[in-house]
Design a protein around this ligand. Structure first.
Ligand SMILES: NC(=O)c1ccc[n+]([C@@H]2O[C@H](COP(=O)([O-])OP(=O)(O)OC[C@H]3O[C@@H](n4cnc5c(N)ncnc54)[C@H](O)[C@@H]3O)[C@@H](O)[C@H]2O)c1
Length: 264
């Protein structure tokens, strides 16, 4: 299927690693031009070079998105470089463990890392998205609906992202701009590996988690998340908006007591 994205421009936050990188690569594979907004320079610049050698644009924009002014600069830089913006993918975030014991400063900091920039990127991009009748895809988390324990800031941010998906979808529907959210649960990425490494027995913890994932008893791949994101970014999903879509092998909603029959 031709997703009709050829030549369009996407801004992706946190596109240098993990899920964001898979999204960037999937958008480029559809012939899009990409602005990758990321904090650390090395991976972003390497991606830019890799695609430049193939004649494709994966323009790296260095920014710490937890800083409000940087969000405005990032959108403006993308517009200056490409002259248009059709798609925004809000992806950057970190499960930073600001729990009930953390207090005001760490809780607010977690919202700045996980929520405020989602709003600010769309805020600064909205006029251009309206002009292009574009699309926004947010990356949420199952933590918004399941909780996790010890991570109030992240849970609050991801819950708010689900709410904002509905709010923005409605506010922007009159302009033909669509807004959807993709929810990962257990995806093997650098962030996930770092978190698992903090547990007493990471290998056993990984096996325990995998057993709870109904479809295939395995982690979702970043590419599987990216495939859904690209579809939602594309005109092929022209009548889909305000949706919160779980790409999680059934982890969040299906009965965890289910044990697959042994293969004989
Ligand atoms: N991995 C999972 O299992 C999982 C599960 C649920 C939700 N998610 C969500 O998916 C998204 C991506 O997660 P991931 O696992 O790929 O993470 P990751 O840490 O592997 O990659 C995130 C990328 O975003 C960048 N980034 C983070 N905060 C930034 C900031 N303030 N400014 C600029 N760049 C920043 C990082 O440098 C990194 O390149 C996040 O929103 C996360 O909450 C992931």
């Amino acid at each position: 299927m031709d997703l009709q994205l050829q030549g369009q421009v996407a801004l992706v936050t946190g596109g240098s690693k993990g899920i964001g990188e898979a999204i960037v690569r999937a958008l480029l594979a559809e012939g899009m031009r990409v602005a990758n907004v990321n904090r650390s320079a090395d991976e972003g610049q390497a991606l830019e070079r890799e695609y430049a050698e193939r004649g494709q644009e994966c323009s790296f924009i260095q920014a710490d998105l937890s800083d409000a002014d940087s969000c405005q600069r990032a959108v403006q830089t993308a517009l200056d470089r490409f002259g248009r913006l059709d798609v925004v993918i809000n992806n950057a975030g970190v499960n930073d463990g600001a729990g009930l014991d953390a207090g005001a400063e760490r809780f607010i900091r977690s919202l700045q890392r996980n929520l405020v920039h989602y709003y600010l990127i769309v805020h600064h991009a909205r006029e251009e998205l309206i002009r292009r009748r574009g699309a926004v895809v947010n990356i949420g988390s199952k933590v918004a609906v399941t909780g996790q324990g010890g991570t109030s800031g992240y849970a609050a941010a991801k819950g708010a992202i689900n709410s904002l998906t509905r709010e923005w979808a409605l506010e922007l529907a009159q302009h033909g701009v669509r807004v959807n959210t993709v929810i990962p649960a257990e995806v093997w990425t650098p962030m996930y590996a770092e978190w698992l490494a903090t547990l007493p027995d990471p290998q056993q913890a990984r096996r325990d988690i995998e057993r709870l994932i109904p479809l295939g008893q395995r982690f979702t791949t970043a590419e599987e998340i990216a495939a859904m994101v690209v579809f939602l970014a594309s005109p092929r999903s022209a009548h889909t908006t305000g949706q919160i879509i779980y790409v999680d092998g059934g982890y969040t909603h299906l009965d965890r007591k289910y044990v697959p029959p042994a293969v004989t």
